[in-house]
Ligand binder design. Structure first.
Ligand SMILES: O=C(O)CCC(=O)C(=O)O
Length: 218
């Protein structure tokens, strides 16, 4: 494991997952991702002046716990109008996140309430943005990364954009001063699949999970 801090409160832990752990997690995600309602979807976004039906820029995504609506930019207990709930966050994933925090970013009382699973392919990207749809904007966001390495853009303490490579099998944390930093995704590199992901992902594919506490518990 190698720990990097490219700016204050932005922590990256490389080689956090072994090939076996990565394969186990991907196997499960791909399986549940096939569910027609709660699984991976490629939804429309709000119309804008360029597109009548813009698409969410990653290939597909799904949520666990609470559903984040890419149309409304808010969280809901339901995936659909039929009041179907997303798959719950398994206890093993919650424990994993609490262990990551304990080891790399000690935090008192963290509640993992939603997991956004983004599935990127060679044509996917994610524009610069700030994660601010959560009521709680203080608790850290934890990212788990699998598959190909991507070019990750982030804002430094001076407001300048910088970039770093995020490989598969690594973990990142946006804490305190970095919680509301602008960030986005540039290209995904060819032939960089991380150990354990080869059976599940194609060249230039990447799966990222971001775990968030949505509500403030005071
Ligand atoms: O894929 C990533 O690492 C970034 C995901 C992201 O920016 C987001 O879900 O808000």
């Amino acid at each position: 494991m190698r720990v990097l801090t490219p700016r204050s409160d932005f922590v990256i832990v490389e080689d956090y997952f072994s090939a076996t752990q990565a394969a186990e997690l991907l196997d499960w995600l791909i399986k549940i991702g096939q569910d027609p309602i709660r699984g991976f979807q490629h939804p429309d976004l709000k119309p804008n002046r360029f597109h009548k039906r813009p698409k969410y820029p990653v290939k597909k995504f799904m949520c666990l716990g609470l559903y984040w609506s890419p149309l409304e930019y808010n969280y809901s207990p339901y995936v659909s109008a039929q009041e179907i709930k997303p798959f719950p966050i398994p206890n093993s994933l919650k424990e994993l996140v609490l262990n990551i925090l304990q080891e790399h970013y000690p935090w008192k009382e963290y509640s993992p309430e939603t997991v956004l699973v983004n599935y990127y392919t060679k044509d996917s990207s994610m524009g610069l943005h700030v994660d601010k749809d959560e009521e709680d904007q203080i608790a850290p966001i934890i990212g788990l990364n699998f598959g190909s390495t991507c070019r990750f853009l982030f804002e430094d303490e001076q407001g300048e954009m910088r970039e770093i490579k995020i490989p598969g099998n690594c973990v990142y944390i946006f804490g305190r001063k970095a919680r509301l930093m602008r960030h986005g995704l540039g290209s995904i590199y060819s032939k960089t699949l991380s150990p354990g992901s080869e059976t599940y992902l194609d060249n230039k594919e990447r799966i990222n999970l971001t775990i968030r506490q949505v509500f403030s518990h005071k």
